[in-house]
Structure formats: C-alpha cells, structure tokens
Design a protein around this ligand. Sequence first.
Ligand SMILES: [Zn+2]
Length: 242
Amino acid sequence: MKRLRRTVVTLIVLAALALGALLLYGHARRHPEDMPWTALDLTQPVGAFTGRKLAGLVDDAPRCRALLRRAGVTFTALPARRDGPQCGYDSAVRLTGGAQDIAYRPAGLGTECAVAAGQVLWEWHVVQPAARRHFGRGVARVEHFGSYNCRRMYGRDEGNWSEHARANAVDIAAFVLDDGTRIRIVDDWEGGGPRARFLREVRDGACDLFATVLSPDYNAAHRDHLHLDQADRGTLGWRACR
Ligand SMILES: [Zn+2]
C-alpha cells in the first residue's frame, strides 16, 4: 500500500514537472524576449531580461551598433576619447533620427551605445505610449543634463567613479510634447495629476531597460532629473530602480 502511494506521488510530481516544462517551452517560443538565453533583438517587445541584455552590450559595442542598425536607428559613432585612467569612452554614439522621433536637447548628446539602445527602446515602448495615454500627444523633445562627465559619484573627491565618467549614463530633465507642453522633473514630479503620473510611468518603464534608474524619490541630488545608466554588474548582478 505504502509502495503504491509512493508510486502515485512520484507519477504526479513527474506529470507536474512535464507540464511545467511544456508550458515554459510554449512561453519561450511565443515570447523569446522573456528568456535569458535568447539573443537581444531591438525590434522585439521588452521582456523580462531585456534590461540585463542591454547592459551586457557595454562589453560588445560592434554588436550594439549592429542591433541599432537592424532596428532602423540612425546614429553617428563618436571617436574614442580618453581623459586619464578612469575617464573616457570607446564606443559612444550620437542618435541622429531615423526610426526614432525624439530629439535630445541640447543637441549633440553622445552616450555609450548600450545607453543609446536603452533610450531608443524607452522611447518606443515607454515614453511615447505613456505620453499618448496621459496627454493624447507624442513627445517631440527630451531635455537632458548630459552624459559624459569625468567625475566621481556626486562630484565628490573620493569614492567610486560615476558611470558618467564613461558616458555610460544620461540625466533626463524634461519632456516636451509636440504641442510645446513642457513636463519637467523638478516642477511636475510631485502631485497626483497626469504630469506626475506620466513621469512616474516613464521612470518605472526605464527600470526594465537600464541597470540603474534614480529619480527624485531616491534623494535630493536627483530632484530635477532621472539618472539612467547601464552599469554592467553581470548577468545576475543587482539593478537599481528608485
Ligand atoms: Zn546621472
């Protein structure tokens, strides 16, 4: 009797495992973007591992540029720059239009390719859909505080170097809709209106695409911008979304 019961339990467990494997296989076929082992494709929807795959592009600039091209994104590759052992970049790009409608102001923003790829997906999947939902309009411009800056975190004299020191970060200050409406982090973050809801939604959506996202909710140093970076902390590394 005891033996029979054990056999039945074993069979049920095996059946459950088989069913689980089958469901996972089905999901993996329908949603390759949700699987950790599939190759990144910028034309696919954002999945559970898209952010980690984007951060992984920091070490593979040729692949990053190829992915941008394949997705119809136009850009200029910037010449490498070196300002000492901790500062500089090898594979920064400047987005120039093409498949993306948002212009970054001031013009001339250059970031590591992995950050640019994150910006493009953020525009397509997060920023534009959120603007249409909350305001019935698209975003024409994004105002920023820059990317490359040879400094340590918070501009201190000691401590870790900022991702800005490698152009692997960008600070976003405001969004301008196609009717000229300007939504600024510093003015519109607080309050419960559509502007505040829009800003929270674009912050939360950025968390799926960037390794680090810091907003006014994090600290006073970020009261006027969203800091987005692609710090590469490995496949299982931590991600910050605050
Ligand atoms: Zn920053």
